[in-house]
Write a protein that binds this ligand. Structure first.
Ligand code: ASP
Length: 588
């Protein structure tokens, strides 16, 4: 037997017992002839001590230990002289009678402690060492707990976990596919699933009623902190449901996760906001509603005073930043530079300071009388002490989006975005289609299997672009603290409606047949009404853990260039493999 206890297990009640522990030497130090060793495993750290008067070979063994040696140590649990209240095992130590070195370690490239001296790149290269550190261990434990609670909840609700294939044909979710060449079918390729969307719908046609899967998905997109080329979804689908049924079920799931994992109660029912309100008031389809500072349309009151920038704008919007009237000129100049950065893309920023005494001072005093400004301030719903920030432009959604970005920045600066505060909500009533000026065609806002709202069916069959733009979808997103955690829709289950959808998207009958024939055919054999959604599992984990970055919650993530620097992938493959696959590369 290698051990009687783990390194996180022993307490003062165990005093007097003879125990054997096994683990990694985090560090060892000598103090007045005694050797202290911190022994670590997944469960915690226990202090071991070799007394100055211990047998010589024991003292020698203790002295020979290096960082990350794997040892087995036997001794007696004793109460510590100087206790460490920060460690669960901090009341005791093990007075050793023997040490058995199970394996040596070369000196690790960085210290494996909660706060490491290693930079990000070196830790990524030695991820298996980084994973020994407390914060990453906690992140993966949280991930495990959320997965476990998810499975328990869905199982209790009658959902079956069913695996779907990874080697498939392209599923259109709006990103590029990763492809895999087929050796047995030269010149042909599988695609890795962007999601199991079509398969889960086929499972509904097959009568499985309630499906879920915690499943890997692949999207070949440009990467950001909250994106990975492979990521995990909690993917779900239900039959004989309307939007209310889906929202009710998954509100229940999220409520259970919040309660059982974090001990947090979220509101019941959850707030809902239409997509249009989210865009108008927050400049985003994933609003952070932990704080107000919403966007106001001040177009009608801010125009017509001879200031050409505003007079020529199609839309003028504002936010009122509480308590920021006292901003200095320098602070406002800095903010103006900030909004001009390409990430925001504004041309400039107009401000009105609302003094505590109600006095008004603005960057447009030349054109606007105090009375004019008072009307603007009222429309902006600003209070004494606020700083009103104004932006304008030709495109309403673009300006709202920039104001939304500024709003988030100001919320952050004012400390209103506490990661321990959770403000979940549903966004509903999405447009079904999005027009793209560049390609002069419609795209599905969610995906092409999303159904139009029944009351918008007439518009959906109209040939007019304006009508099609007005069609709303039975689609919904679950949003938490400014992040889209999940989304889904009630699906089209009628082959004719699905055909019309492809037509609207400019996918001709032949292309539809070759790409999606299987699902159109399946719909002819009794497809039940169905709908579902998927949650971004990595994002759920990160937000529950209070972090922005999903990378910490994935055991072996990729970096910003989509590389796994530990195994050095992607990499070239040898000529024989290429020949077998009938592939010629053309890389210069
Ligand atoms: N397949 C969708 C997605 O990955 C989710 C859904 O509609 O269920 O976003």
């Amino acid at each position: 037997m290698y051990r009687t206890h783990t390194c996180g297990q022993l307490r003062i009640d165990n005093a007097g017992q003879t125990v054997t522990l096994a683990g990694w030497v985090q560090k060892s130090r000598k103090l007045g002839g005694m050797t202290f060793i911190d022994l670590r495993d997944r469960y915690g750290i226990t202090q071991l001590v070799v007394e100055a008067d211990a047998p010589a070979e024991l003292v020698e063994a203790a002295t020979s230990l290096g960082r990350e040696f794997v040892i087995q140590a036997t001794g007696t649990v004793v109460e510590r002289q100087s206790k460490n209240p920060k460690m669960p095992t901090g009341d005791i130590e093990i007075r050793l009678s023997s040490i058995n070195i199970l394996n040596k370690s070369v000196t690790p490239p960085f210290t494996i402690e909660d706060v490491s001296d290693g930079g990000e790149d070196i830790r990524a290269k030695f991820r298996y060492l980084d994973l020994r550190r407390g914060p990453l261990k906690e992140a993966l434990m949280l991930r495990h707990k959320i997965a476990h609670e998810t499975r328990n909840f869905l199982d209790a609700q009658g959902f079956m976990e069913i695996e779907t294939p990874y080697l498939i044909k392209s599923t259109p979710e709006g990103a590029r596919d990763f492809v895999v060449p087929s050796r047995m079918n030269p010149g042909q390729f599988y695609a890795l699933p962007q999601s199991p969307q079509t398969f889960k719908q086929l499972l509904m046609v097959a009568g499985y009623d309630r499906y879920f899967q915690i499943v890997r998905c692949f999207r070949d997109e440009d990467l950001r902190a909250d994106r990975q080329p492979e990521f995990t979804q909690i993917d779900c689908e239900m039959s004989f449901v309307e939007q209310e049924d889906v929202l009710g079920t998954f509100e229940g799931m999220m409520r259970t996760l919040f309660k059982n994992v974090l001990g947090v109660d979220i509101p019941s029912p959850l707030p809902r906001m239409s997509w249009f309100d989210a865009m108008d008031k927050y400049g985003s389809d994933k609003p952070d509603v932990r704080f107000g500072m919403t966007i106001h349309d001040i177009t009608s009151v801010a125009k017509g005073k001879g200031f050409s920038v505003l007079d020529g704008a199609a839309y003028i919007g504002s936010i009122a930043v509480p308590g920021a009237a006292s901003y200095t000129r320098k602070q406002i100049d800095e903010l103006t530079e900030w909004v001009k950065r390409p990430q925001v893309g504004a041309k400039g920023l107009i401000y009105v300071r609302v003094g505590e005494d109600g006095s008004l001072k603005s960057s447009i005093d030349k054109f606007y009388t105090p009375d004019d400004l008072a009307v603007i301030v009222k429309a902006a719903e600003a209070a004494p002490g606020d700083l009103v920030l104004i932006m304008s432009g030709d495109n309403m959604r673009k300006v709202q989006n920039m104001l939304g970005v500024l709003r988030l920045e100001m919320g952050g600066r004012l400390g209103l975005r506490d990661p321990k505060v959770f403000a979940p909500l549903w966004i509903v009533d999405f447009p079904l289609l999005e027009w793209d000026d560049e390609t002069q065609r419609f795209y599905a806002m969610h995906h092409p299997f999303t159904s139009p709202k029944p009351e918008h069916m007439d518009l959906f069959y109209s040939d007019k672009k304006e009508d099609l733009e007005r069609v709303c979808a039975n689609a919904y997103d679950f949003v938490l603290n400014g992040t889209e955690l999940g989304g889904g829709s009630i699906r089209i289950h009628d082959a004719e409606v699905q055909k019309r959808m492809f037509e609207v998207l400019g996918i001709g009958p032949e292309e539809a047949e070759s790409k999606f024939g299987f699902i159109i055919h399946a719909f002819q054999y009794g497809a039940p009404p169905h709908g579902g959604l998927a949650f971004g599992f990595d994002r759920v984990c990160a937000l529950f853990g209070g972090s922005d970055s999903i990378r910490d919650y994935i055991a072996f993530p990729k970096n910003n260039q989509g590389r796994d620097v530990m195994i050095d992938s992607p990499s070239e493959i040898d000529q024989t493999q290429l020949d077998e696959l009938c592939i010629k590369t053309d890389v210069n």
